[in-house]
Design a protein. Structure first.
Length: 563
């Protein structure tokens, strides 16, 4: 790095000077130079950027800011700049729950409705443990709000999120049966903390987490109009590479909306190894991974992912909201952590944090291994001959999920498969029933009934039943689907209209969303919040409603046909 760039960098970056030996200073200086060189383009350009901190053995060894917190006023990012850290917020909720469990104020086995009776009785008990591990079946509010007609740049308040949770009609799955990420679950946990303690969630977390650690620039943001000193704005790239401001009117307490700096988060990371907020046992409980009803253990704990990176255990979480991209990674055995907070998209903070860890932990990390699955997919396995008669029996349509189908076809002695909205690809026979799909990096296995009929295929643990191969609905059949549909759960309506032979879902806020037929009455939606729309019929064949899926986190939202 030349002298002019160094002087420019020094004007906007702040480094913490720590007493160390001359050899240690040389090593640290070398690493700092490498990191500065990696991000100096943000300092030299008129762009948003990031803040980062590295802690090791109870000390801050690097604190940096690159780029601008505010483009309009050319305010640089520093280590004290305050960011919305999005879902990295969840670990603070996790420790709050762990502390209250240790105090005996709550129990992980408590029914959430003991604290929040407004939540519907779904016929299954939802416990605090279910919420903290994302195994409750509660819908995820971004998807439900999207279906209801909201934009993500609307003002979205904590009370509005709770209202959607209280009006949820069905669960995604039986509690404990699956792990499916739900922001709403952590919003409900924040409300449990408030009701169990008699304090607002913001006040309780300040008194029990942030104040003991001296995190003076940190708070759960419960008023979107509040002025926050040193706050960064979020930006996204527009057409032509220009930057655009991204509004942020969210107050999703518990799941997101924690405003803090890397300077404050350094104190939080060091708290994992030297507790000042929460006892050692409370922090250890926070690392307890969830267990599903079938006894299998998931990687998610109390707002953190328990994993491994190049042979070393990690505790981590990432976040994404309103152009903020955030990551916090702790290596407990090395007493080491990295925090990266960015105020722009596109940006990958998690890979950035791991690249920083690579520099500091080079001597302790295992060698990077080639992705075996990727390597295996480079070449098709040796094929085995399969009788034409068997291949012909595999031909057909299989349902993997809502508006997600695969069509298997035969050409001579070869099979091909085509998934919804994807290209047709080759299937290589590994055995008479198992076929390797190089483009998917996985096998598809055909299964038969006791009578010998092909009934389904298995793909990545999913069972896809074989269906009748039907043609696209006729105009008359499409016309049967038109009308007005209402969801009492979301208090919203859609008009299903037919124009020039194509079906659309019309909403007063979203406008017209195209619906593409996937199979029979199941349609793929052309918007992120309308992944699929499946129309429902009564026993006489009359259309009476539709099920909307906004992805795995929001399944089968019911709409009734009004007319």
């Amino acid at each position: 790095m030349n002298r002019s760039v160094r002087s420019t960098t020094a004007a906007v970056l702040f480094a913490l000077t720590l007493p160390m030996s001359s050899s240690a200073r040389q090593v640290q200086g070398s690493l700092t130079d490498q990191i500065d060189a990696r991000f100096e383009h943000l300092t030299r350009s008129n762009s948003p950027g990031l803040a980062m901190v590295v802690v090791r053995n109870g000390e801050v060894v690097l604190r940096r800011g690159y780029g601008l917190a505010n483009l309009e006023h050319q305010i640089p990012i520093t280590p004290s700049t305050v960011f919305d850290i999005a879902s990295v917020s969840k670990q603070f909720t996790g420790l709050a729950i762990s502390i209250l469990v240790e105090e005996g104020t709550i129990s992980l086995e408590d029914d959430v409705r003991d604290y929040i009776p407004e939540l519907a009785d779904f016929g299954h008990t939802i416990t605090i443990d279910h919420l903290v591990h994302h195994t409750s079946g509660i819908r995820d509010w971004p998807g439900t709000l999207g279906v209801a007609g909201w934009r993500m740049d609307d003002v979205i308040s904590f009370d509005q999120i709770l209202s959607f949770a209280f009006n949820q009609g069905d669960l995604n799955f039986v509690p404990g049966a699956e792990y499916t990420y739900s922001n709403t679950g952590f919003n409900l946990l924040a409300e449990v903390v408030a009701r169990a303690t008699g304090q607002s969630f913001r006040q309780w977390t300040w008194e029990n987490l942030f104040e003991p650690l001296g995190m003076t620039s940190t708070h759960f943001h419960d008023d979107h109009t509040e002025v926050v000193p040193s706050r960064a704005n979020g930006y996204s790239r527009g057409p032509g590479g220009t930057w655009h401001a991204v509004p942020n009117g969210l107050t999703a307490l518990g799941s997101s909306s924690l405003y803090t700096s890397v300077d404050d988060l350094a104190k939080w990371v060091m708290n994992f190894d030297d507790p000042k907020a929460g006892s050692p046992s409370a922090l250890e409980r926070m690392k307890t991974r969830g267990v599903l009803n079938d006894g299998s253990r998931i990687g998610y704990a109390f707002g953190v992912n328990i994993g491994e990176y190049r042979g070393l255990p990690t505790v981590s979480h990432g976040g994404s909201w309103a152009a903020f991209r955030t990551a916090l990674i702790h290596f407990p055995e090395q007493d080491f952590g990295v925090v990266v907070l960015a105020n722009h998209t596109p940006f990958d903070p998690t890979s950035t944090a791991f690249r920083i860890a690579d520099l500091y932990l080079e001597d302790e990390l295992a060698p990077e291994e080639e992705d075996q699955a990727s390597a295996a997919s480079e070449e098709d396995p040796s094929e085995v001959p399969v009788p034409i008669s068997a291949l012909e029996e595999y031909v057909g349509v299989y349902k993997l999920g809502p508006a997600w189908y695969v069509r298997v076809t035969r050409e001579g002695d070869e099979l091909h498969v085509q998934a919804t909205a994807e290209d047709r690809v080759f299937m290589a026979a590994r055995s008479e029933s198992e076929f390797w799909v190089r483009d998917y990096g996985a096998s598809m296995i055909f299964r038969r009934s006791d009578a010998g009929q092909v009934t389904h295929l298995e793909y990545r643990g999913s069972v896809a039943p074989k269906l009748d191969d039907l043609q696209r609905p006729s105009l008359v059949q499409l016309a049967e689907l038109t009308g007005e549909y209402e969801s009492t759960e979301l208090a919203t309506t859609y008009q299903i209209i037919l124009e020039d032979g194509d079906l659309f879902a019309r909403h007063r806020r979203h406008g017209d969303t195209p619906l593409t037929n996937a199979w029979k009455d199941d349609f793929r939606g052309g918007a992120w919040f309308l992944r699929s729309v499946e129309f429902q019929r009564d026993s006489d064949g009359h259309v009476v409603g539709m099920l909307v899926n906004a992805g795995e986190r929001n399944r089968n939202i019911r709409f009734r046909k009004r007319r």
